[in-house]
Design a protein around this ligand. Structure first.
Ligand code: GCU
Length: 522
């Protein structure tokens, strides 16, 4: 009885500990403005209007209206952002930026108020240089960081895109940190978008500086441009996470330069890469097909998944690319993307995604909405420039995580010299106190079952920890009579939805027993 009570309270403590760990998992140096825990969703006018006269107050108000009337706000689009050319070429006598009265006769504050009244957020643009990028020579914020940040805050700005033109060769980190600090001093929460075009690899330095950073030059409304941005951005998954995102530039969906198939690929890949979903088309003119792309809530859910993992590339062979994204509930999103000119079959397996083995999996096609099951193969015939996008879930039963794919502490080996194991081998941890075997698994689970053999005459006790917290101490793995005689140790556990780390650490100098697998049962 007492051991059951201990187990139950340990399990309850574990649920709490695990959720705290998830909340506290952002590394300490991240920009501490608390914003953009998921990638920003919204609008920016640049890709549709550039600096033309149609970029004005009427247009931006119309976009905010459409966010509400056409349900974009309901599916998560929030930021209505304006780009270059909103200001006059000269500051006023007080040194402040002045909105162009021809484009914005009511001023920027009134526009921000209009956007806020609809429950949306408002963003603005300037450059970390002496002037912005346009040849008309609009003033930039280099050397005026605090004055401009203060002005933006006084207008109710919620988001700043900070460009890189006319930077006078001043060090990028210095320029972007100066504006970070100026924004912080305003006291207003302002999401901070570093538009440095990837020139000094901002992913390596900008996590404590901005909420997102461009990884590439500007996108344009062509297949070759869009897929080039995806190719440049997709290897940077390790740098993305809640509050700090890779930015392969804004969406072109709806601008007319790509096919519907290509725009679906664009939207699919941006969602897989946890990229900002900033609509770059004039929503007043977008076709019903393109609207449907922008409003696909199954795809948006991948982008906005709270775990905040960017997809990694599982394989890329001659333009046939498989991406996989870990989701907060333990599901995986898989994209089969065909960059070539001909239809091709693209394949992977559930096991390659690390979801854990199960008797079957559910595949939901997030564009066609068709649902089917598979015992493991994930494969589709994918037309040229198309992307098949699946959400993959374990269909039920225990998931087996083989010890041969676990991590071992120094001295441990994966062996196959004692028959009777499952899979291709077993883990032989080093014979030492502290020697461990660690699995990455996916909850939910109520039981952990370890397959093992112990050919000695003494138990091989281990501490079992979940996400770094010991939940069961010195659990004995008793003698099985021979190294070829395999048995199981099962423990009740309350493992929440999502990814977890399970570690067995030896508490005696025999090290752990030989370990064959871990079954995680819901
Ligand atoms: C033997 C056996 C190993 C085992 C080891 C141990 O060497 O062959 O598989 O791991 O003993 O004591 O741990």
């Amino acid at each position: 009885m007492s051991s059951l009570r201990r187990t139950t309270s340990a399990a309850a403590a574990l649920v709490i500990a695990a959720s705290c760990l998830v909340l506290g998992s952002t590394p300490a140096p991240a920009l501490e403005n608390g914003l953009l825990r998921t990638p920003p969703m919204g609008f920016n006018n640049w890709n549709s209007t550039q600096c033309r006269a149609e970029f004005n107050e009427t247009m931006i108000k119309g976009i905010a209206d459409i966010f509400v009337s056409k349900g974009l706000k309901d599916v998560g689009y929030t930021y209505v952002n304006i780009d270059d050319c909103w200001a006059l070429p000269s500051r006023n006598s007080a040194g402040n930026l002045v909105p162009d009265p021809a484009r914005f006769p009511s001023g920027i504050k009134a526009l921000a108020d209009y956007v806020h009244a609809k429950g949306l957020k408002f963003g603005i643009y300037t450059s970390a240089g002496t002037k912005t990028c346009n040849t008309a020579g609009f003033p930039g914020a280099l050397g005026h960081e605090q004055q401009d940040a203060n002005l933006f805050a006084s207008w109710g700005v919620d988001y700043l895109k900070y460009d890189n033109c006319n930077n006078q060769g001043v060090d990028a980190q210095q320029r972007y940190k100066a504006m970070r600090d100026a924004l912080a001093k305003t006291g207003r929460p302002i999401a901070y978008s570093i538009c440095e075009w990837g020139q000094t690899k901002p992913w390596t330095w900008a996590e404590p500086v901005g909420n997102l950073w461009r990884t590439t030059g500007d996108i344009s409304d062509r297949w070759s441009s869009m897929i080039g941005k995806a190719q440049a951005n997709r290897g940077l998954a390790q740098y993305a996470g809640p509050g700090h995102w890779n930015d392969p530039d804004m969406l072109e969906v709806g601008n007319g330069g790509m096919t519907t198939t290509e725009y679906r690929t664009h939207f699919s890949l941006w969602a897989m890469m946890a990229a900002p979903l900033l609509i770059g088309s004039d929503l007043r003119k977008v076709s019903a097909d393109d609207f449907a792309i922008l409003k696909n809530t199954d795809v948006i859910a991948l982008d906005q998944d709270p775990l905040g993992k960017q997809a990694t590339v599982l394989s890329a062979n001659a333009g046939l690319v498989v991406y996989s994204k870990v989701l907060a509930n333990g599901d995986r999103a898989v994209a089969l993307s065909n960059e070539t000119a001909a239809t091709a079959t693209i394949s992977t397996t559930a096991s390659a995604t690390g979801i854990g083995s199960a008797s079957s999996y559910t595949l939901k096609d997030l564009w066609s909405k068709a649902v089917r099951t598979t015992t493991g193969t994930i494969s589709a015939s994918v037309p040229s420039h198309a992307t098949v996008l699946y959400r993959v879930s374990r269909a039920g039963g225990a998931a087996r995580f083989e010890a041969e794919s676990a991590s071992l502490s120094a001295g441990g080996t994966i062996d196959a010299n004692h028959a009777g194991y499952s899979g291709t081998g077993f883990a032989n941890g080093a014979n030492a106190v502290g020697s461990y075997v660690e699995w990455q698994v996916t909850g939910p689970a109520s039981t952990l079952t370890f397959g093992f053999a112990n050919g000695t005459t003494a138990a091989r006790p281990v501490d079992i920890s979940v996400d770094g917290t010991v939940v069961a101490a010195a659990v004995p793995f008793p003698p099985t009579g021979a190294w070829t005689t395999w048995s199981t140790v099962a423990r009740p556990i309350s493992l929440a939805n999502g990814p977890h780390t399970i570690r067995l650490t030896a508490t005696t100098d025999g090290g752990p027993a030989n370990l064959d697998y871990l079954d995680v049962s819901p």
